[in-house]
Design a protein around this ligand. Sequence first.
Ligand code: XMP
Length: 509
Amino acid sequence: RIVVLDFGSQYAQLIARRVRDQNVYCQILRHDITAERIAELAPKGIILSGGPASVYQDGAPRCDPALFKLGIPVLGICYGMQLTCDALGGKVAKTTTREYGPANCTVQMQNELFADLPSEMDVWMSHGDQISSVAESFETLASTPTCPHAAIRHRELPVFGIQFHPEVTHTPLGGKLLENFVVGVCGCEATWHLSDFAEAVIEHVRETVGDRRVICGLSGGVDSSVVAALLYKAIGSQLSCILVDNGLLRKNEQQLVIKEFSEHFKTDLHVVHAEDRFMASLAGISEPQEKRRRIGHDFIECFKAEALNIKDAHFLAQGTLYPDVIESGADPDGPAATIKLHHNVGGLPEELGFELIEPLRDLFKDEVRRLGLELGLPENLVWRHPFPGPGLAVRCLGEVTREKLAVLREADAIVVEEIEKAGLYRQTSQSFAVLLPVQSVGVMGDARTYDNAVAIRSVDTSDFMTADWSRLPYDLLGRMSSRIINEVNGVNRVCYDISSKPPATIEWE
Ligand code: XMP
């Protein structure tokens, strides 16, 4: 395996993903992990990520300098390179201008890091500091017009540094460079495959579970479906699934989940029909966080009541993913917890009394999707847009009522249907309708109307932490608008949300 030490880079996870693209297992570790612990983990290579700090600042995150002497190849990227130089004798200085954007990198000396790469290549820079001079012990491998030491190598130790970012797509040949490090320099073999991973997890689940029963919440989302499919493969009829219908699901969603279920994991399914309960507790509530709180609370109560009904249930399976593990600080060797803005983590509290099984905790989202396909789940399920736990409640602004939900459900179904018909479902990350608490004047036929407005929201994002609004074709927006106004009673106006995140969020509440 390869380990990435995280110095607070927004790209640390991307580096790990790129390494895994080489079929080499990669794990993200805290930056201050000791060299002894790294030696115990025995990785074949260490990558030091970028980061927002300056090495000459007080309190800048550092790594254990002994790691450079372990004999394990090290690649420092951006801040990681500056740290390497700082630790092994080199000068880091502030550049006059922050360099952010494309640059042309010229290879000055043939070397294993740039093997089979052209002598000039486009790279992506994003830094305020750079190396102003390198120690005698280093040699310069490449430069750009503004960065004399764009890539360096230690003369004796297997230690490299690059100022640019090979992990981003704006460095088109960055994948090859990382492959050169991972395979060429570190000697990793491309042996980490998702199918082997699935087999190992299935085996592990069988061993852990024995003849006991596992319950798994189904939401219709990708993660819970893949968990269920994996568990079904591992333990078959010892799996029980629970679907809580909170009355806040999209059009036909309950039927869809039941259909998927009956096709792919035909085991014990419990559907909890809890619409009345959720509607009662949402009555009169319009504050978004209070809506979320009540929905979360009711969900746990409903789930708990059903789970405790399932005889001999011992384990609870959850679709926790690797980014959740990293960001929540749950891995003792992993980076410390960052502020977790997402609400997707957590799920059910520990006091339910079940032992947890988290078979996806080593995987990134796109790996989960690939695994889903390997397990025989259909493309349309595996590529489904995420849907928030509180469901349509956070898209039905203000107080939630059955009538409003009915309007929203129809409008939302039209948005998704039209996006699918236009072949843009996979290209967009999340597309849906929002029912606004506004009424406006319109005219239909000869009559004046005073009806609701619907907003269409469609965003493109890779991590849901930042997002841009999708540049949907006007014709498509036009079709959505006229269908919604014509087909959905109670709507006479449609708007398109052109805000990015930040400063807006993806959901409206
Ligand atoms: P925002 O609106 O914060 O959403 O930009 C980012 C992602 O998180 C989803 N989301 C939620 N998921 N419970 C969830 O399970 C929630 O309360 C919640 N709020 C937002 C949202 O759909 C998007 O994918």
